[in-house]
Design a protein around this ligand. Structure first.
Ligand code: C5P
Length: 222
């Protein structure tokens, strides 16, 4: 039987990973956070002091590293080889640099191959920017999660405060808008809604409501 694939795409800070994790746990599917993979490559490139536009050097580095998630891990700890990078990849300097690395075509080709390999192993919920359009174009369920930029900045602000990161709301809003613009205008697999994706606007919904809505959509499709 073919594996079930649930693709969740959308702009920055729309709540994709929080919701995707909960939905994956509820259905007993594995969860794959593809943004974490682009973040891990960015972190490693910065650690190795590689210029973020030096595509061939980043690709050579990427071929040498393994990016590991533990299937079924509800926290989604992320490792580069044996080093845990779960927290490090969420730091603001990585968040603000990642779109540059994600625009490099050969880096995308390599990560998309790894993502398809992960998806071939089990039923999966995968979130990102190009899952429904490029990574898993035959996914049975495609969701495009959106929310107003004010709401997304507010959510990110609260998350940051809880983590002890202090960035003003207006700066966060600017950063989110900049990242969305870069992700939507790049040449290779830009952020766009797949023609057959169902859009869910979460602006005035809480997490529980979003999970319920997506659960309903999945149950109708599988
Ligand atoms: O989802 P998250 O915000 O962690 O993604 C970080 C960045 O990784 C995005 O802003 C985007 O540049 C890139 N990304 C991507 N394609 C994906 C997932 C993430 O280009 N499938």
């Amino acid at each position: 039987m073919q594996n079930i694939q649930v693709a969740i795409d959308g702009p920055a800070s729309a709540g994709k990973s929080t919701v995707a994790k909960l939905v994956a746990t509820a259905f007993g599917y594995i969860y794959c956070d593809t943004g974490a993979m682009y973040r891990a490559v960015t972190l490693q490139a910065m650690h190795d002091k590689i210029e973020l536009t030096n595509e061939s050097a980043i690709l050579a580095m990427l071929k040498q590293i393994e990016i590991v998630f533990k299937p079924g891990d509800p926290v989604q700890h992320v490792f580069v080889n044996d080093s845990e990078v779960t927290e490090a990849i969420r730091q603001p300097e990585i968040t603000n640099a990642v779109s540059t690395v994600a625009s490099l075509p050969s880096i995308r080709t390599e990560l998309v191959a790894r993502q398809r390999d992960i998806a071939s192993q089990s039923n999966i919920v995968m979130d990102g920017r190009d899952i429904g359009t490029a990574v898993l174009p035959n996914a049975q369920v495609k969701i495009f999660l959106i929310a107003s930029v004010d709401e997304r900045a507010e959510r990110r602000y609260k998350e940051n405060i809880a983590k002890g990161i202090n960035t003003s709301l207006s700066k966060l809003k600017d950063e989110i808008e900049t990242r969305d613009r870069k992700d939507s205008t790049r040449k290779t697999s830009p952020l766009t809604k797949a023609a057959d994706a169902i859009e869910v606007d979460t602006t005035s919904m809480n997490i529980e409501q979003v999970v319920k809505e997506i659960t309903k959509i999945i149950n109708k499709k599988i």
